[in-house]
Design a protein around this ligand. Structure first.
Ligand code: BGC
Length: 391
């Protein structure tokens, strides 16, 4: 069952949300992406929300954490926010701590989607509902709902961008070279991104219009543990050294997100001998990548408005804490100023299909960056021409 609602975009509202979130960053954080915990808020009817984020070392989760915290606190809830330094054992401990603190609901973005069944079993025993945030948590029936973006479409948009830039439908006998960089195999999203892109591009590989000199077209061959920039860079340097050193031209590098795109861009800068500009995709709108887009080093990013993901999570969590059983009607009753669909088919975590609220991603390039990111209030533009995230 799918339901969708579009209401007009309310700039002022988004600005207010964004500005409100600004400066709410969690105190007590370490600067090196380390584990941290912040507790605050007055507590609506004594209710506390436990939020478990993966890491501060990947830019977007800092924005997610601070938007979520601000959203709940503004409604009077107390918030406990943890970051687990991309260490799965640490996230288990952090969630155990939140359960011991008797939070009323858990919002969890998993580091390893397969590694939380046991601790979330404890949450279930303690009657604490769990919202799987952005990344689907696998093999546990303790999850009530999933809030994310349409992850398959993220990859599809990346694939379509490459298809259109290379004009593959009109290539005739011309052939192009492409390489793929995927995400973390422990993250359920990574396969959706990769498959979305591959479903667009594979027909051209099959036809011979697109060639993959490394031969690496399977997700497992292209994956990047922990979405790590240096790991993506090293793998790509190896590919360039092994398959492109003899003057072979690289036309496109499909990268599933911005942290991997950064590594691939660095590898191309240091180890690619060709003079052409390589099409490079990304996802998230991380500041360093937006700078690269402005500077012509990265071609696009798929932007996901995490401020809106936080809004959906807030309204869903409040409904659950009020004893409701939210469904598609949450969308109409909430009056969100952005698109969201309710999907009960697409995400099966191994114990059954998890009802999902899915937001809509947007392609951002140099040409529409100001319109999509600055005019909407998500970023400000500095006098140097580069963007800075609000929140
Ligand atoms: C998120 C992406 C992000 C990646 C690495 C994924 O689960 O959906 O937005 O780029 O994790 O942080």
């Amino acid at each position: 069952m799918k339901a969708k609602k579009i209401v007009s975009f309310v700039l002022a509202g988004i600005m207010a949300l964004s500005m409100a979130a600004c400066g709410s960053g969690s105190s007590g954080s370490s600067s090196n992406g380390g584990a941290s915990k912040t507790t605050s808020g007055s507590g609506k009817a004594g209710k506390t929300v436990g939020i478990s984020m993966p890491t501060k070392s990947l830019e977007r989760w800092n924005r997610d954490g601070s938007y979520l915290k601000k959203q709940f606190e503004d409604k009077g809830y107390k918030v406990e926010l943890t970051y687990s330094d991309n260490k799965s054992a640490q996230q288990n401990n952090d969630i155990e701590g939140l359960i011991a603190d008797k939070v009323d609901i858990l919002v969890v973005a998993a580091i390893d989607g397969e590694a939380l069944s046991q601790v979330l079993g404890q949450a279930k025993e303690a009657n604490i509902p769990v919202i799987s945030y952005d990344r689907l948590i696998m093999n546990t029936d303790s999850i009530s709902y999933y809030v994310s973006f349409d992850n398959y479409t993220v990859g599809k948009l990346q694939g379509e961008y490459i298809r259109d830039q290379l004009d593959l439908d009109n290539a005739g006998d011309k052939t192009y070279n492409i390489e793929f960089t995927g995400g973390d195999p422990a993250d359920n999203n990574a396969g959706f991104f990769f498959n979305g892109a591959m479903d667009v591009l594979k027909p051209y590989i099959d036809k011979g219009t697109l060639k993959v000199p490394s031969g690496q077209t399977e997700f497992d061959q292209c994956a990047t543990a922990q979405w790590d920039t240096a790991t993506a860079m090293k793998r790509f340097q190896n590919i360039l050294g092994s398959y492109y050193s003899g003057g072979t031209q690289l036309d496109a590098a499909l990268c599933s997100n911005d942290s991997t795109a950064l590594g691939v861009t660095q590898a191309i800068e240091s180890d690619y001998a060709g003079k052409n500009s390589v099409i490079i995709t990304g996802q998230d709108g991380d500041e360093a990548n937006l700078k690269n887009i402005v500077d012509g080093k990265q071609s696009m990013t798929v932007y996901k408005a995490v401020a809106n993901e936080a809004v959906v999570t807030l309204d869903l969590a409040v409904a659950i804490m009020n004893g409701e059983k939210p469904d598609d009607k949450l969308i109409s009753s909430s009056g969100w100023s952005f698109d969201c669909s309710y999907d009960t088919d697409s995400y099966d975590n191994g114990t059954g299909k998890i009802p999902s609220y899915l937001l809509v991603p947007t392609v951002v390039t140099k040409d529409n960056m100001d319109k999509e990111l600055v005019d909407t209030g998500y970023y400000t533009k500095g006098s140097d021409g580069y963007l800075k995230a609000v929140g």
